[in-house]
Design a protein around this ligand. Structure first.
Ligand code: FPP
Length: 252
């Protein structure tokens, strides 16, 4: 099969941006402040970046807000992060409704503290009618856990006779992940210069363009988002295929 390049296959604007918000601790340390100050400033960046995504025409924004590994942090830091999340949800739902932001979550929400879980459920419900941007918060999220869950769910479907083993396809597998129904991210942004995926969306990032910036998350602003999108637009996305005479050949 041959398709034209770059227009058919290279969107100028990423439809889905995923962000690993890193560097809050370092931002605070540079100022001699407690780490939570960095998380607080980091949390205040979220609305601005949502608005930047809407302005740019991005449809999905997925933020890595709390990983399954983050439970290993000191108790007071975890409690502080949960409070920030609660505060964010309490204060920002009205703004989300004004901006047309629909909130979603991935990760084991059931294991979060009750107060946070309830606020999340309410915010998801209260923003469910919006359709300009889907903001997904990855909370208590770990990609390997998610993949194992999807494998379990498919195994159960085979066991019950609902499907045959050879009916398991990449598409069916994707649909059993917590991101089922969402397009894979086109662009992954990681702040603070780290070159790691940190157990984030391992399946979904297979063909994603990666933009790493030295900026720490609390300093990441709209211009940095525009720079990341411009970097993405300049990339030649080939999905492993070759470009010949302006066309990309993909296996039939
Ligand atoms: C990584 O910085 C950041 C986190 C583990 C948490 C991200 C959370 C927020 C931005 C605030 C709450 C989120 C929302 C959506 C309201 P780090 O602490 O690992 O930084 P370091 O590597 O410099 O120590």
């Amino acid at each position: 099969m041959t398709v034209s390049a770059p227009n058919d296959i290279t969107p100028k604007i990423p439809r889905h941006i995923a962000i690993i918000m890193d560097g809050n601790g370092r931002w605070a340390r540079e100022r001699g402040w407690p780490r939570l100050k960095g998380h607080e400033q980091g949390s205040s960046r979220v609305q601005d970046i949502c608005e930047g995504c809407i302005d740019a025409g991005v449809d999905y924004l997925t933020l890595y807000a709390f990983s399954t590994e983050n439970w290993c942090r000191p108790k007071h830091e975890i409690a502080g992060l949960m409070l920030l999340l609660e505060r964010f949800l309490a204060e920002k739902v009205a703004e989300m409704n004004r901006n047309g932001v629909k909130l979603a979550t991935i990760g084991r929400i059931a294991d979060l503290p009750d107060a946070v879980r309830k606020r999340l459920e309410r915010a998801v419900e209260e923003t469910s009618h919006n359709d300009r941007l889907v903001l997904t918060l990855a909370l208590n999220y770990g990609s390997r856990d998610e993949i194992v869950e999807a494998a379990r769910s498919l195994a159960a479907s085979v066991q019950s006779g609902e499907i045959m083993t050879d009916e398991i396809t990449k598409e069916l597998f994707s649909s059993r992940l917590s991101t089922g129904g969402m397009p894979d991210p086109d662009l992954l942004i990681r702040t603070s210069g780290e070159m790691r995926l940190s157990n984030f969306l391992l399946w979904q990032l297979s063909y994603t363009e990666i933009h790493v910036t030295q900026k720490l998350w609390p300093d990441f602003g709209r211009q940095d988002l525009r720079d990341a999108i411009a970097d993405f637009s300049s990339r030649d996305r080939r999905y492993g295929a070759a470009v010949e005479n302006g066309s990309i050949s993909l296996p039939a």
